[in-house]
Design a protein around this ligand. Structure first.
Ligand code: SF4
Length: 331
C-alpha cells in the first residue's frame, strides 16, 4: 500500500470541500471494493475521506409512494427492508445474489454503484490496461475474454460493470442524487454509468468531488411481479455471466408496460428501449418475449471467447419476462 492521509468528513459540505481541494483524494465508506484495490496499488490516493459517519443511513418512504435510499444504507438493510421486499423484489433479490452476508453488511448503496469492473487484466498490474492507465492498451480484446462485453464496448475497453444491484436499479428507472461544489443535482440511473468509448478510465458521469447522497426509486406498482435472474459459473457467489432484471405489467394477456435491464453484457447495465417498445400491446407469450430478446441483442458483437453470451442473454430475457408475466417469483 502507498502512504495516504486519513480524514473524517464532518458534513456533506466538508466532504465535498476536502475532495475538491485534493484531486487525488478518494471517499471511503464500506470499502469492500476500494480496500481490495488499494492492496494491489490500483488506486493510490493521497487521502482517504471517511464519509461513513455522515447522516445518509435512512430508507424513507416518499409522498408519491417511492423510496429514498440514503447512500450509506448497507446492502443488507436495503435487501431486508419490508417495502423493498414487497414492492421491489428485483432489487432485494439482486442484492442477495450479489455478495455474501458479510460483504452486504459492510457495502453501501453508494459504494455498490461505484464498484469497478472485475476484469482480471485490470486487477493484475503485470498487464497493461487502458482503464488503469489510458493509452496502455487492452489485453482483454485479444486475451481471455469470456466474461467481457458483447454490447457497447469500444476498441479501448471491453470490460463489464459487475454490480447486480445496478441492473435492478436500471430496470426500476431509479435516480441518483449527488452533491458537489455546484450544489445538488440528479442523474437518471441509466445515465449514471458510462460506456467506455475513448475514456475507459471513467465509469460514471460523476464530476470530480461529487458525492452520491441518495437513490430515489420511483413508485412502480407492477414491480411487485419483478424478477431477477442471474446466471454465473457457480451457484455460490460469483459475478454474473448474464443477469436480467425484468418487470411486466399486464392487462389481461396484453403487455401494458415492461422494463428490463441486462447485466454482464456491457460497461453499464443495458436497457433496450427498442425491445421494450416492441413489447407494448403484444400478447405475453414465449414467441413475443423471444422476439424482444432478439431485438435487445441485435447489436451484440462477441469477442473471441464470449459468443455464448448472446444466446444465454436471449434465453435469460425470455425466461425472466415469462416468469414476471406469470406474477413473478424466484427465477
Ligand atoms: Fe483494462 Fe478494460 Fe481492457 Fe479490462 S477490458 S484490460 S479493464 S481496458
Amino acid at each position: 500500500m502507498n502512504n495516504f492521509t486519513y480524514a473524517r468528513a464532518s458534513s456533506l459540505k466538508d466532504a465535498v470541500q476536502k475532495a475538491t481541494s485534493d484531486r487525488n483524494a478518494m471517499f471511503i465508506a464500506g470499502g469492500t471494493n476500494l480496500v481490495d484495490r488499494l492492496k494491489v496499488f490500483l488506486d493510490q490516493p493521497s487521502q482517504l475521506i471517511d464519509i461513513s459517519r455522515l447522516e445518509m443511513k435512512q430508507i424513507e418512504k416518499m409522498a408519491n409512494g417511492g423510496l429514498r435510499l440514503g447512500a450509506l444504507v448497507t446492502n443488507t438493510d436495503v435487501a431486508d427492508h419490508a417495502d423493498v421486499r414487497r414492492n421491489y423484489p428485483i432489487l432485494s433479490r439482486a442484492i442477495l445474489a450479489g455478495a455474501s452476508q458479510q460483504i452486504r453488511n459492510m457495502a453501501t448503496v453508494g459504494g455498490n454503484l461505484l464498484q469497478r469492473t472485475r476484469c482480471p487484466y485490470y486487477y493484475d498490474t503485470a498487464f497493461p490496461c487502458n482503464k488503469r492507465q489510458p493509452g496502455q492498451g487492452c489485453p482483454a480484446i485479444s486475451g481471455i475474454n469470456r466474461m467481457h462485453a458483447i454490447l457497447g464496448a469500444s476498441e479501448e475497453c471491453v470490460a463489464v460493470n459487475p454490480s447486480d444491484m445496478s441492473v435492478a436499479l436500471a430496470a426500476l428507472d431509479a435516480v441518483v442524487d449527488v452533491v458537489g461544489t455546484q450544489g445538488k443535482r440528479q442523474i437518471p440511473f441509466t445515465e449514471f454509468h458510462r460506456l467506455p468509448g475513448n475514456t475507459p478510465e471513467r465509469d460514471t458521469n460523476l464530476e470530480p468531488g461529487e458525492l452520491i447522497t441518495s437513490l430515489i426509486i420511483p413508485p412502480l406498482p407492477f414491480a411487485k411481479s419483478g424478477v431477477y435472474l442471474k446466471l454465473r459459473d457457480r451457484t455460490s457467489y460469483a459475478f454474473a455471466l448474464i443477469s436480467v432484471a425484468a418487470a411486466v405489467d399486464l392487462a389481461g394477456d396484453k403487455i401494458q408496460t415492461v422494463r428490463f435491464a441486462i447485466g454482464g453484457v456491457a460497461h453499464k447495465p443495458w436497457r433496450s428501449k427498442d425491445a421494450e417498445e416492441f413489447l407494448i400491446g403484444k400478447t405475453a407469450e414465449t414467441t413475443t418475449f423471444q422476439q424482444a430478446a432478439e431485438i435487445a441483442l441485435k447489436e451484440a458483437k462477441p469477442l473471441s471467447h464470449n459468443s455464448y453470451k448472446i444466446e444465454l442473454a436471449k434465453r435469460a430475457i425470455r425466461r425472466a419476462l415469462t416468469i414476471s408475466a406469470k406474477g413473478g417469483g424466484v427465477a
